[in-house]
Design a protein. Structure first.
Length: 157
């Protein structure tokens, strides 16, 4: 059953990626009319980042934790790694085989998407494991902390 949960999480992440990719493509195209290709790519990436964070947090990973002070720096680190990977592939594509910014962006996106999903799943939106569990808590197989209800000795009879 755990694989089913991961499958649907991946499906939601794919849909989020598609939405963000469409926004990113549009913005790269729009900005490229006024700015250079690398600046256009960078501005589109940053613009789509906010939408990606919100959709990923609340819809893909169903994470409603108010722990933004932990998640935002981790997300930005993951986004930075994703950006560097994508920009490297984007630049290499422009240098090696195309002058079309949309083709280069299409080649770059899957690399960033795979790295990003992995970091979001394992590090950014995973439950915090820093605190010790209380006696009245347990962790389920998905890493979610759940309360333990102890039965009353009066009711056991």
């Amino acid at each position: 059953m755990r694989w089913q949960g991961l499958f649907w999480k991946l499906a939601r992440a794919g849909l989020v990626a598609g939405i963000v990719a469409a926004i990113n493509f549009f913005l790269v195209w729009l900005f490229a009319h006024f700015l250079g290709p690398r600046t256009s790519f960078s501005l589109a990436f940053v613009s789509a980042l906010t939408i990606h964070f919100l959709l990923s947090k609340f819809w893909t990973f169903f994470n409603f934790s108010p722990d933004f002070s932990r998640q935002v720096p981790r997300y930005l680190t993951a986004a930075g790694v994703s950006y560097l990977l994508q920009f490297s592939v984007f630049h290499a594509s422009l240098v090696l085989f195309t002058s079309n910014v949309l083709v280069a962006s299409t080649v770059a996106m899957p690399v960033g998407m795979l790295a990003s999903f992995t970091m979001l799943q394992v590090w950014v939106f995973s439950p915090s494991r820093l605190r010790a569990l209380r006696e009245s808590e347990a962790v389920d197989r998905d890493g979610i902390i759940l309360p333990i209800r102890k039965s009353s000795p009066d009711l056991a009879a």
